[in-house]
Design a protein around this ligand. Sequence first.
Ligand code: NAD
Ligand code: UDP
Length: 327
Amino acid sequence: MQNYDLSKRILVTGGAGFLGSHLCERLLNEGHEVICVDNFYTGRRSNIAHLLSNNCFEVLRHDICIPLYAEVDEIYNLACPASPIHYQFDPVQTTKTSVHGSINMLGLAKRLKIKILQASTSEVYGCPAIHPQNEGYWGNVNPIGLRACYDEGKRCAETLFFDYHRQHGIKIKIARIFNTYGPRMYPNDGRVVSNFIVQALKGDKITIYGDGSQTRSFCYVDDLIDGLIRLMNSDEDVTGPINLGNPQEVAVLDLGKKIIEITRSKSDIVFQALPADDPLQRRPDIAVAKEKLNWKPKVDLEDGLIQTIEFFEKLLKSGSSDIKIHS
Ligand code: NAD
Ligand code: UDP
């Protein structure tokens, strides 16, 4: 039964996106009221359609670059396109979402004297000179490259969070999220896991950028959401930044082969040019998350891929895989 004493009204920006929709669902299941704020730039109504009949769930179509007045107890700030093709489609808007959007959400947190969590990213480390990456590393980002709208926007958002914390006493939590995958990724958003699965299921060529020796560490969405909620509920002195990700590192070529194997696909592998500023390696050091949040990922890459492949199989069969974005 719902415990109304512990129930909070929680604002989730970017709540109609991949991670946001899973977060809204988990918070509702925990008995909270959730207000999902989204401008549907990359988010989709279908991600949250199953939540709309829940009386504790509200949706507001709103761009966080514009100030928002709402009465809530906590804010999770997830709004921002996360896939390179989407954040590079309108790079000025991407930076505005991270910078103006964060200022607006921090202003709301300041007025209400509430906690606010920022979905930051491993991209703040850029193409890292240390491996694995720990939170003390300041990063190696090209400030004028194609990825800078996202990386520098997120870095500036972290600066704003810390300055609001120091200057105004706002309670902040910063998660540095590493590559996350799972059901509700978009089939055509260009991220590696969704690309490879869709290509394998359709029998299309698997597109490896570069020679595929670059590495990433993939975290299953359920684990990541668990980490975000633990961070929000952590002791007040825990501000982060805290890495949240799965330290199981894999080369992109090996990921492609694994997906071909699991799907028993006949797809061939093709090699294409590596995009500019594509980081060569990425693996989180999660010692801080283990110590401060008692968190570590539980879902193994193969098990998570099987769940994700099942999702895409259903989506492709339903014929609804061509999704319009930037609406
Ligand atoms: P997503 O693109 O699926 O979701 C982003 C959501 O934000 C979408 O629903 C979009 O419509 C909304 N949005 C974008 N700009 C907005 C604006 N100005 N106002 C209101 N809503 C806006 O991406 P995701 O994978 O769910 O990522 C969510 C957050 O997590 C992002 O902030 C991203 O930077 C961060 N993150 C994600 C990953 C990952 O692997 N998925 C890794 C690191 C960080
Ligand atoms: N990648 C690839 N083929 C694809 C899509 C991506 O080889 O079809 C590579 C990409 O160059 C990068 C890695 O996979 O090295 C992860 O890409 P993604 O866009 O998923 O995330 P990010 O680069 O932001 O970590």
